[in-house]
Design a binder for this molecule. Structure first.
Ligand SMILES: C[S@@+](CC[C@H](N)C(=O)[O-])C[C@H]1O[C@@H](n2cnc3c(N)ncnc32)[C@H](O)[C@@H]1O
Ligand code: SF4
Ligand code: SF4
Length: 293
């Protein structure tokens, strides 16, 4: 049997739908963009992927994944195929947690699933801090400050339950620009040198899975459906549609995987960043109103 290829980071994208609107959302969920993906359509490819790859850091994501009506089917399905991933997470904006079934939270804890709670405002962060002990009612909860929160996070705590990481709480209330240059009536994108955009891209090694097909990154993965649902300028729509994601049943899957780290034509749609610093960051004021075009 051929040895499995190791991918550092894979985000398993299960819905376009989100209840918040954060400016510059990298997967465009701040627009009127919606629709859930179906585990049954994905299962065969997911099983095939589990034979081909190991993943170091795997996150179930959206949109807002906790709004997917079959969230547990997804999490349990992917987890069963990748049982040894230590960094196995669900990434949420935190707001649906107050309504979550507490037995569900316990089930995920028992399965070794970490909930990454990305709070996009101080108000949400405060609510989550108040809620966290109630969510993990079954154990001894301890909050541990991260020594070195990443640039985008103002603070970061590990939630230890019975001595094991159960969740992470991040105050992430600032973003970098996404690839939408303007959104007056239709979405217009950058037209940059793809090498330069890729060289400064902070998510170039964060690959996305949709419907069991693997994409270079979130913007390209979500871009195809974005162009179906919303007015996207022709050149960008063509580039999104031209991208060929990797199907695990393709005969060239190994060579495609080994070129995942390279730039792609679609990188021309993105801004070019030098060093990302405080000046580059945009303060968020998330609300529930989707941007109109
Ligand atoms: C696309 S969201 C999806 C999951 C969930 N709705 C949430 O907000 O966490 C996943 C994460 O991507 C990051 N993100 C999205 N857009 C970003 C941007 N423009 N700059 C930096 N990070 C971004 C945020 O940290 C966010 O938590
Ligand atoms: S909560 Fe914000 S960052 Fe997360 S998907 Fe929704 S709009 Fe994007
Ligand atoms: S298209 Fe290229 S530059 Fe844009 S987000 Fe993806 S990897 Fe980064």
């Amino acid at each position: 049997m051929t040895e499995k290829i190791v991918l550092g980071m894979v985000q398993w994208y299960i819905t376009h739908t989100c209840n918040l609107s954060c400016a510059h959302c990298l997967s465009y969920n701040n627009y009127r963009f919606h629709g859930h993906f179906d585990w049954d359509r994905t299962r065969a490819r997911a099983e095939q992927w589990s034979q081909l790859i190991d993943i170091e850091d795997l996150t179930v994501i959206g949109g807002e994944p906790l709004l997917h009506p079959q969230i547990d089917t997804w999490v349990s399905g992917v987890r069963a195929l990748f049982p040894n991933v230590v960094d196995f997470k669900i990434c949420t904006n935190g707001t649906p947690l107050k309504h979550m079934d507490r037995a569900q939270i316990r089930k995920w804890f028992d399965m070794g699933v970490i909930i990454e709670i990305q709070c996009h405002s101080l108000a949400i962060w405060t609510q989550i801090r108040d809620l966290i002990r109630d969510l993990y009612w079954f154990g001894t909860v301890e909050l541990v400050d991260s020594a070195d929160p990443a640039l985008l996070h103002r603070s970061e705590q590990l939630v230890m339950v019975n001595g094991r990481v159960a969740a992470m709480i991040m105050l992430t209330d600032r973003f970098v620009r996404n690839s939408v240059k303007s959104h007056n009536k239709r979405l217009e994108f950058y037209d940059n040198d793809p090498h330069s955009a890729h060289a400064g891209c902070y998510i170039r090694d964060c690959h996305y899975m949709i419907d069991g097909l693997l994409y270079k990154c979130g913007p390209v993965a979500a871009g195809r459906d974005l162009a179906k649902q919303l007015p996207v300028e022709d050149c960008a729509a063509q580039l999104f549609n031209a991208y060929k994601p990797i199907d695990p049943f393709d005969s060239d899957v190994h060579s495609r995987l080994s070129s995942l780290s390279s730039h792609i034509d679609q990188c021309r749609l993105c801004p070019v960043f030098g060093d990302i610093d405080q000046e580059t960051l945009i303060e968020l004021e998330p609300n529930k109103t989707k941007l109109k075009l």
